[in-house]
Design a protein around this ligand. Sequence first.
Ligand code: TMP
Length: 214
Amino acid sequence: MMTGRFITLEGGEGAGKSTQIRLLAQALAARGLEVVTTREPGGGSDGAAAIRSLLVAGDTPWQRLTEALLHNAARHENVEALVRPAIARGAWVLCDRYVDSTVAYQGYAMGVDRRILTDLHRLSTGGLMPDLTLVLDLPVAAGLARAGTRPGAEDRYERMGTAFHERLRQGFLDIAADDPARCVVIDATANIETVQARLLDAVLARLPPAKGSA
Ligand code: TMP
């Protein structure tokens, strides 16, 4: 049976994930791999997209557990409709945010108990974890300044204040330190080309493509 790869990109606001995931997809496709990109919340199905608009726009004051449940509901859609079938047919799936974002945002930054988040992850995905997670790290002020220049109304989390974003950054660094076999922290303060080269190096070092596809 073919088995693909599952790679996630994580990090706070303004870390450049969407640009970097697009460039990484191009670089891997150029090596002959089937690459599928998706994002959370919102990727995978119309239902997930509908849940995204509830979560990232507006001012709805969710209970924090409700918020964790909604992110997990969107994740269930993405995993069942897109991620799992793609991995099964041998594709490399690149996902912009996944369970580490829930642990960092709803856990570290908002205070939902870690054991509850672990249980929800098992329920919504069967415990599916990435083969590799790339954490884009940069100082909070730099990230918020970059994020603030983006157009659009998807700024609910961006508006949560500096202390929230500091807890978030520390959360991602703790997650990576706790699981070094899966996670690589990438300094995202450099320019786009440099960060891209670091990401690609990390992917090819950790997950060398099979002979014939590289
Ligand atoms: P994006 O701006 O990277 O597309 O992500 C949307 C927002 O959702 C972002 O501010 C982070 C937040 N988020 C969570 O709070 N928990 C999650 O589990 C995920 C996937 C995203």
